[in-house]
Write a protein that binds this ligand. Structure first.
Ligand SMILES: Nc1nc2c(c(=O)[nH]1)N[C@H]1C(S)=C(S)[C@@H](COP(=O)(O)OP(=O)(O)OC[C@H]3O[C@@H](n4cnc5c(=O)[nH]c(N)nc54)[C@H](O)[C@@H]3O)O[C@H]1N2
Ligand SMILES: Nc1nc2c(c(=O)[nH]1)N[C@H]1C(S)=C(S)[C@@H](COP(=O)(O)OP(=O)(O)OC[C@H]3O[C@@H](n4cnc5c(=O)[nH]c(N)nc54)[C@H](O)[C@@H]3O)O[C@H]1N2
Ligand SMILES: [Mo]
Length: 766
């Protein structure tokens, strides 16, 4: 029997830090050897080479790492992988197994005392498992009984709106489509997903301004851009193959501006992984201008840039703005320019931490170049004014007419490899009415119209006991979400928590009265259904839909595919469904036919997805057509700089990823590109701020977040003097999620503010 609750936070033990010099270049021989080490130690040498061979090949499997697209041209052996893609594959193809004996040996309480690294390294889950009420050990359960348990609990709820169906972004199009169909037939739109914590702010801002929630550029645009601005993104770690595209921009004469509080290694100097002759040499300088902005200083910086662009245009008419484009294609320029006049550069400048001279260097590049791409990721999306950040990016592009033409446009760089596809398939707490009508017609039911819960409101609903069943299609909800202890209470209030997973994670340990783990096939594995071997399809960050087919034997004979699990749950839950669930999963072509019938852009899906490289989905912004917006044109918008004022002893904290993790999956304990080895509990602080705080390198500190008079604490971090603007600090997630208040979220997108956390730092004596 249980005596206390399993831990929701990773233990605050230190692991023995080593500090090294920060490397001067990214990729290179160290990256290759780090990748191969991970693969060979997790998977073994022979199988490891076999797996890498099929990674991102035209008819192989899609890398489960990031959503960066594959090149359309020929792909060489071992060419289209990166260090972190290889680690993602190794993590899935590991030799280690979490079997029923493992769970009999280790109690849930004991496992919760392990670090996330240790939990993840225990391996692939081999059997469906149940945690019965009051028990502290998972035990084996048959698939049939597991599905029946879910069906019974779902049908016992007074309303379908008391169940929550989360999705992480690795789920294939086929599984995602079936999942949302099941959830809507069951009767709710409670479909929160990892996007809510990720690029939701981009989706909101881009839909309002350009009429499509996705980016507009293709990979080829990088060959033609005059200028690429990379703002709030760390591609060297999180999208390493993007460095190749940036390298091509440079080779073709383009320039690169980087805007980031940290001088991230990959952006400064980079060695092409596919050119072994260069692995040992000096890399390619990527960034022409680095603007070391303060955390959340981006709207202020962009406003200064916009003001200076206006000034230059006034001095030299027709030299900066694309008047034809503005006249033909946009709406709201007058109000926008008038609003810009209400801000003064002097007032904005302190928020940026930059000098006017530095910004003027950027202005030179912006006014003298026509074809501009702006790339961004979590550095813009996870702030209170995140939507403003992205809309201000769009304002800049609109003034330049830099959208919908070759070499120009928006590039929100997506995270999870199919997060964009999941949304296209209808995974969203809001049901698009047109899609709802098509679902109704095709499947003969009335979809719910009431808006469902997103991630934050789902947590609040469970906390208030307004939701009682939680199902997670992938992901690691407890570790990915904000306010860890609050979220843990929310999950513990549930009658049943279900995790459909490949690997063990903390969400299996922080559970409702009863809990299920349903183990599924991963991307690398063969998926055999009654008709024959299946493939799935995914959509990358640039709207290309293509197939993904694993070729490893499944790690256990008890695994089911994600579509088969959805069908199992649906059959056990829905009494009057007119959908032939079992038939649909016998051959995924049948699912794709249904997608074609209900979602625009998938004409001849089954034919086109079989073509080499797949196909592009329609994209109005790419076509220079902004009709889907409320005005029928691309909208200029009025945006606000950050309104957060730090007190004397307060700092801004951003939570970021190390080079050795994939979100909550911890591959290793190093952050090689930032010179930190064997430790995750570190906080990066400006050296002068360290002096003011009377802190020495490696002093131990507690981090205390302050929000609406509430305090939250994360204990035991080592202070690291680092090249970061004053009053700015950084640490890693998920360790710091406990500091992110559940109520602290972005306006309009509800994204938790994982990059603007107001903290104070307290030295621990020991
Ligand atoms: N290897 C690996 N690859 C991944 C992931 C992973 O964990 N590991 N995660 C995947 C996912 S889901 C996602 S969403 C992406 C995430 O990709 P990124 O967004 O690159 O990831 P973060 O580590 O959150 O880094 C945010 C970057 O923004 C900067 N930043 C923070 N605050 C600000 C700010 O206020 N202004 C500006 N200008 N910059 C700021 C940080 O210094 C950092 O460089 O990567 C995907 N790919
Ligand atoms: N503080 C802070 N919090 C953040 C962020 C941040 O920057 N700072 N970033 C946010 C972002 S951008 C994101 S996207 C979210 C990520 O949130 P999630 O997507 O929920 O988290 P992941 O860590 O990617 O999920 C990892 C788990 O997915 C399961 N898994 C892996 N592959 C598969 C598969 O093929 N099928 C199934 N069914 N399961 C699989 C494994 O069991 C693994 O343990 O976290 C967010 N949280
Ligand atoms: Mo993400």
């Amino acid at each position: 029997m249980k005596d206390k609750n399993p831990h929701a936070q990773p233990p605050n033990k230190l692991t023995g830090i080593k500090i090294t010099d920060i490397p001067t270049k990214a990729v290179g021989i160290k990256a290759i050897s780090s990748a191969l080490n991970h693969v060979f130690s997790e998977v073994g040498v022979v199988k490891g080479i076999g797996v890498l061979k099929n990674l991102n090949q035209t008819y192989g499997f899609d890398c489960p790492g990031c959503a960066w697209p594959d090149p359309d041209e020929k792909r060489a052996f071992l060419a289209e992988y990166c260090e972190n893609g290889a680690k993602a594959v190794a993590e899935e193809a590991t030799k280690n197994r979490v079997s029923p004996i493992f769970f009999a040996t280790h109690s849930v309480q004991e496992l919760s005392e392990w670090s996330d690294y240790e939990i993840g390294k225990s391996g692939r889950i081999t059997h469906p498992m149940v945690l019965r009420e009051g028990s502290n050990h998972y035990e084996e359960i048959s698939w049939k009984d597991a599905f029946e348990l879910i069906g019974t609990e779902l049908n016992n709820l007074p309303s379908p709106n008391e169940a929550i169906f989360y999705t992480s972004g690795r789920t294939s199009n086929e599984a995602a489509f079936l999942y949302q169909l099941f959830v809507r037939q069951y009767g709710t739109n409670n479909l929160p997903d990892c996007s809510n914590m990720c690029h939701e702010s981009s989706g909101v801002a881009l839909s309002q301004t350009l009429g499509i929630g996705k980016g507009s550029v293709t990979l080829d645009d990088f060959n033609h851009a005059d200028l690429v601005i990379v703002i709030g993104q760390n591609p060297g770690t999180n999208h390493p193959r993007m460095l190749t595209a940036l390298g091509k921009t440079k080779i073709n004469g383009g320039k690169i501006i980087t805007i980031n509080p940290l001088p991230e290694v990959g952006l400064v100097n980079y060695v092409h992984p596919q050119n072994p002759l260069k692995w040992f040499g000096k890399g390619q300088e990527l960034t022409d201008l680095f603007l070391q902005v303060k955390i959340n200083g981006d709207v202020a910086l962009l406003k200064i840039i916009l003001k200076l662009m206006k000034l230059h245009e006034e001095e030299n008419p027709n030299s900066v703005f694309d008047h034809q484009f503005i006249k033909d294609k946009t709406h709201g320029i007058e109000a926008f320019l008038a609003d810009l006049d209400t801000y003064s550069i002097e007032e904005l400048l302190p928020q940026t931490g930059l000098s006017l001279n530095q910004i003027n260097e950027a202005i030179e590049l912006i006014i003298n170049n026509k074809k501009i791409i702006i790339c961004w990721a979590m550095g813009l999306t996870q702030h209170k004014n995140a939507v403003d950040n992205i809309r201000e990016v769009v304002n800049l592009l609109l003034l330049k007419g830099s959208i919908g033409k070759k070499g120009a446009g928006t590039c929100p760089v997506r995270g999870h490899s199919n997060v964009q596809g999941d949304r296209t398939m209808g995974i969203w707490e809001k049901l698009n009415p047109e899609f709802g009508k098509k679902l109704a017609k095709e499947f003969h039911f009335t979809p719910p119209t009431q808006e469902g819960y997103d991630v934050v409101s789902a947590i609040e609903a469970m906390h208030k006991r307004n939701a009682k069943v939680f199902i997670g299609m992938g992901g690691n909800f407890i570790s990915a979400t904000p306010d860890t202890e609050f979220t843990a209470e929310a999950l513990r209030n549930c009658n049943l928590t279900v995790q459909i997973s490949t690997k063990l994670n903390r969400s299996h340990l922080v559970h409702g009265k009863q809990a299920l783990i349903l183990p599924c096939l991963g991307r690398t594995e063969k998926d055999i259904q009654t008709s024959n071997e299946q493939f799935v399809s995914v959509e990358n960050s640039m709207g290309v839909v293509h197939q993904s087919k694993g070729d490893l034997n499944p790690c256990s004979e008890y695994l089911l595919s994600e579509p088969a699990i959805v069908a199992g749950i649906a059959n056990a839950t829905l009494k009057n469904s007119k959908v032939e669930w079992s038939k649909l999963i016998s051959n995924y072509d049948l699912i794709r036919n249904k997608i074609e019938a209900t979602i625009d852009g998938f004409e001849n899906y089954n034919d086109r997805v079989r073509k080499k490289g797949g196909f592009y989905l329609p994209n109005n912004a790419r076509e220079n057509n902004f009709e889907p917006t409320t005005t029928g044109k691309a909208n200029f918008t009025l945006n606000k700089p950050s309104d957060i004022e730090l007190k004397e002893d307060e700092f801004m904290l951003m939570t970021i990823r190390t080079h050795d993790q994939y979100n909550t999956t911890i591959y290793g304990l190093n952050d090689r590109y930032r010179g930190i080895l064997n430790e995750r509990r570190v906080v990066f602080i400006n050296p002068e701020d360290m002096n003011k705080l009377r802190l020495k390198k490696l002093d131990k500190v507690n981090l205390i977040s302050h929000f609406n008079e509430e305090k939250r604490i994360a204990k035991g971090f080592l202070a690291i003097p680092y090249n970061i603007p004053s009053k700015c600090t950084a640490t890693y997630f998920p360790e710091a999620n406990v500091l992110v208040p559940i109520k602290s979220k972005a306006t309009l997108s509800n994204t938790p503010t994982s990059k603007t956390i107001v903290i104070s730092i307290e030295k621990v004596d020991n």
